[in-house]
Design a protein around this ligand. Structure first.
Ligand code: CP
Length: 324
């Protein structure tokens, strides 16, 4: 049984195959009828123990576009609030017959536990676990980066060799940063992390990237700058930086954006806190790809589910069969 638990588990070839398959899925999305029959008769459960807007909706859209039967489960309003464990929840789903579980959980390691416990026989896709990993976010970010920095058609089969990505903000609590460092390194990009010392994890010196405290110095050397939200909900209030001080040193405003090379893009995984890590001027500018990332998220998640559950034939043959 194949799972997607961590971006670190993907080889360069795995990642390029997913990105190329996502491009095929994007071609399907350009057509009047956006659906493929690839997962007809397969059941996917979206198991969300933590809040989500983008990930939950885009997985659901991806599953429906692949014709899967979709079950949405949110911990809020379920028997989890009565004390039911992950094991009993998983076994309840197993009894109903599911082929894949997309799980978001506040505890780092929950998707791994689900995949290796023997509680269920389904493929497990990590939709974000604690501060650990968010592999499909890093894949959709790589999809956007490759389109913007290499080219939509010219990029097929290619990685991000030599492209320079700066990730800015609350690295300490960010599963997005961890997944991106892993995947971007695998794809040949050069990553620089910029954060206040209090928002960097212990051991970051062993990660395959550079670390800096100076955003202004990093901007002119960047092909892409990825801004991260400060995750107040995972932080002791005493350590929460003041909005003004944080924005002054680590926020991206119009003046700072002007220091980036002309071709460089601004990325944000969402949710954004305007006025903190990013100003409204930057968030709404043509250089900001936050909305484009969300669109790419549907194509990328279609590719992941297709390759995990349905991929006996290349996606392109499905796409072309539907066209004719
Ligand atoms: N990027 C991301 O994971 O957003 P959501 O928390 O809204 O899913």
């Amino acid at each position: 049984k194949r799972h997607l638990i961590s971006a670190a588990d993907l080889t360069r070839d795995d990642a390029v195959l997913i990105l190329d398959t996502a491009e095929e899925m994007a071609r399907v999305a350009d057509r009047p009828i956006k659906k493929l029959p690839a997962l007809r008769g397969r059941t996917v459960v979206n198991l969300f123990f933590e809040d989500s807007t983008r990930t939950r909706i885009s997985f659901e859209a991806a599953e429906k576009r692949l014709s899967a039967d979709v079950i949405n489960f949110a911990a809020k309003g379920s028997s989890v609030s009565k004390g039911e464990s992950l094991k009993d929840t998983a076994q309840t789903l197993e009894a109903m017959g599911v082929d894949a579980v997309v799980i978001r959980h506040g505890a780092s390691g929950a998707p791994y536990r689900l995949a290796t416990s023997g509680w269920i026989d389904a493929a497990v896709v990590n939709a974000g676990d604690g501060t650990h990993q968010h592999p499909t976010q890093s894949l959709l970010d790589a999809f956007t980066l490759r389109r913007r920095l290499v080219g939509r058609d010219a990029g097929l089969g290619r990685d991000l060799a030599g492209r320079r990505v700066t990730i800015v903000g609350d690295i300490l609590h960010s599963r997005v940063a961890r997944s991106n460092v892993d995947l971007l390194h695998t794809l040949g990009a050069e990553v620089t992390l910029v954060a206040p010392p209090t928002l960097l994890p212990v051991g970051v010196g062993n990660w395959p990237c550079e670390v800096s405290y100076d955003l202004d110095a990093a901007l002119p050397k960047s092909d892409a700058v990825m801004m991260l939200r400060v995750q107040r909900e995972r932080m002791n209030a005493a350590f929460f930086p003041t909005e003004r001080e944080y924005a002054r040193r680590y926020g991206l405003d119009g003046d700072r954006m002007a220091k980036m090379p002309e071709h460089a893009i601004v990325m944000h995984p969402g949710p954004m806190v305007r006025g903190m890590e990013i100003t409204a001027e930057v968030a709404d500018s043509a250089r900001c790809t936050a909305v484009e990332q969300v669109a790419g998220g549907v194509h990328t998640r279609m590719a992941v589910l297709y390759l995990l559950l349905g991929g006996n034939e290349p996606a392109v043959s499905h796409a072309r069969t539907e066209e004719t």
